[in-house]
Design a protein around this ligand. Sequence first.
Ligand code: MN
Length: 332
Amino acid sequence: MVHESIGERFHEWMGSLGDGAIAVIAHKNGDMDTIASATVLASMIGPRARATGLHVDKTSSRMLSRTGMEFRRMDPRRPTLPRSIAGVVAVDAGGPSQLGFPLPVDAPLFVVDHHANSSDEWPAHAVAPQGEASSTCEMVLGILLRSNSAIQMAWAEMLYAGIVTDTGRFRHGSPSGLRAAARLLDECGIDTDDVLTTIEGSGMPADQRKRILRSMGGMEIHHCGGLLVTTAKGGSHESRIASSMVGSGADASIVAKTLDGGGLRITTRASQGAVRAGVDLGEVMSSMATTKGGQGGGHAGAAGWSGEVPTSEAFAYILASIGAQARGTDDE
Ligand SMILES: [Mn+2]
């Protein structure tokens, strides 16, 4: 019931590989779901595998020190993989651009991912089983349950943290997330309260909280197809800003951040009610990438895009698309 069919595919794929190292690669934003998935899979495979990627976010880095799981941060100026590589596993990434560096062209590739929409595609030789899951960690649990290894405490804690964060504390995708969490509790008696304390950390410094509150103060409210949609410009912590606006009553929220190296990053969130009314932000973000360039994708209720478009143009496109979805007048 917990995604065991992907487990079969994965072990079959492992059996088809030659000798050499296996790189398990997390996506470039390094969130808890991707870091947990990468480290647990690499640890399950054994010494020939290594979990690696460009970035580790704060929550993941607290969980790495808690559990002692190993993750190799790549040098962003020279991201490299071992020369003789037998296979690559990409975790929690909707497409190759999410990794942030090019993969070796002919290395066998297995993708463990739960994103429904993405603007770029994996190469044809990739094995990428589809699965409905609220987090990639659930799919990794499916792979573990099909292996001969007993689930270690550190693995269970990492996977639990990935499920808790990716479901927004079990607010979306809950049935499958809860089922997987219950299974982890059955397998290993993890102290969920204590893991949650590590996930939440000791809170943000006052200056960061002030910046978040200021960007919420500058938000604008739009009426789109009967929905209240907010837009805001954020300096950082865009997902916190976007979720807070939905938590405060917006049906959907859009937050833009101008990146240091030029370009724009958009973070969007929608309430369950908006998703039921037909809003699919993952679809909006991937179609924006098709019409305006850049990369985008995600889930119905949480999605992102990055590229080179002025903020006002990006906001206008997304607002119009959300309005069309809510009114049921988009072309699908
Ligand atoms: Mn995820």
